[in-house]
Design a protein around this ligand. Structure first.
Ligand SMILES: [Zn+2]
Length: 354
């Protein structure tokens, strides 16, 4: 009898020591996103075998909690690298237990993102009024809180499907100047599509915020778990509400031109451990994202798009204005008094605001 009790006690102790989370209850992922160790990219850091540690560690980068998944019998950290990060070595803090703290080094390389210069003739469209600023600050706080949300989730997506059909009109990371004033870099990806084009959830998630924001227009923010958040802006219509759980491919609304834009397109933001990262890294085959089989007209080649971005000065690079007719060529004639293809950052810097 005493022997049996001992066995039972030992069993209970084992469970307590290992914790209730084990690789069997902590779903393993089959694929990982593509690593690109640059500002705005992501790092894949292999931590240790799932046999050595039954439970995943607590991982932090730049004081933000980091996603950890089990992949091929290893614990792997998937780390978003913020755009502001300086190239060089950065510490990843890995806490296996109160006594077992380790640091891994992430080597971040430099990346020269292309420059986009826009001249905006109608200055008051660029410079918000005092009243606008009160609204902008309030909305910015709401968006920032949602983008840095952490939700414990056993099953997290590591792959996305394209949220809207259409060619990419502005890539992630573009360094932007409006009337020679530096703005925050383009922290999302633009998909050009006609108004009303369906927007689908690129992976399963929960709607954590919706709103009609000054810069971003009608927007939806999805929480995919473990610090992976995605945001959809300038929508013509929102088909979901806060608290809704959405499946991969479920329609969440439609492409529009609400907020500070003149042309219909989807501005898509992906945030991981509160770092805005290039959404294309969640596509195992990046051609899925860059090709748009539904288009009747040819899409500008990469070289054409690149020349449009670097042309200087550009009065209206037209990337978004042309969005519904991408075949017209990357640089179109400027139109007087037309707000160029532009949008303000999702989350304006406080210091940027007067
Ligand atoms: Zn955009």
């Amino acid at each position: 009898m005493r022997g049996r009790l001992k066995t039972l006690l030992a069993f209970i102790l084992t469970i307590c020591c290992y914790g209730l989370v084990s690789p069997t209850t902590f779903a393993a992922v089959e694929s990982l996103p593509r690593a690109e160790q640059v500002p705005g990219g992501l790092a894949i850091v292999r931590l240790d075998s799932t046999r050595h540690h039954r439970a995943p560690p607590l991982v932090h980068f730049e004081n933000e909690r980091v996603m950890v998944v089990a992949h091929e019998k290893e614990w792997v950290a998937i780390v978003g690298l913020p755009l502001y990060l300086e190239p060089g070595e950065h510490d990843l803090r890995v806490q296996w237990s109160p006594e077992n703290l380790k640091f891994h080094t992430i080597e971040v390389k430099n990346k020269e993102y292309e420059t986009q210069r826009l001249i905006i003739k109608d200055r008051h469209k660029v410079e918000p009024t005092e009243q606008d600023l009160v609204r902008i600050r309030k909305e910015s706080r709401k968006i920032n809180v949602a983008l840095r949300k952490w939700t414990e989730k056993i099953k997290v997506p590591t792959e996305f499907i394209k949220p809207a059909e259409g060619p990419l009109s502005s890539v992630f990371g573009l360094r932007r100047f409006f009337n020679d004033q530096p703005r925050k870099p383009h922290s999302g990806l633009d998909i050009a599509a006609a108004e009303g084009t369906p927007i689908r959830a690129p992976a399963e998630g929960t709607v954590i915020a919706t709103g009609d924001f000054f810069f971003n227009g009608n927007s939806v923010i999805l929480d995919h778990g473990q610090g992976l958040i995605s945001m959809y802006s300038h929508m013509s219509r929102i088909d979901v509400k806060e608290g809704d759980n959405v499946e991969t491919g479920q329609m969440i609304g439609a492409v529009g031109k609400t907020g500070r834009v003149t042309g219909a397109h989807l501005h898509w933001t992906v945030s991981l451990n509160n770092a805005r990262i290039d959404p294309s890294l969640f596509f195992p085959d990046v051609n899925v994202l860059t090709s748009s089989p539904g288009d009747r007209q040819p899409v500008p080649t990469e070289a054409e798009v690149a020349s449009a971005k670097t042309a200087e000065p550009v009065v209206n690079n037209g990337a978004i204005e042309r969005s519904a007719q991408p075949a017209e060529g990357p640089v179109s004639e400027p139109e007087d008094e037309t707000l160029p293809a532009m949008e303000e950052p999702d989350t304006p810097n406080e210091e940027m605001l007067p």
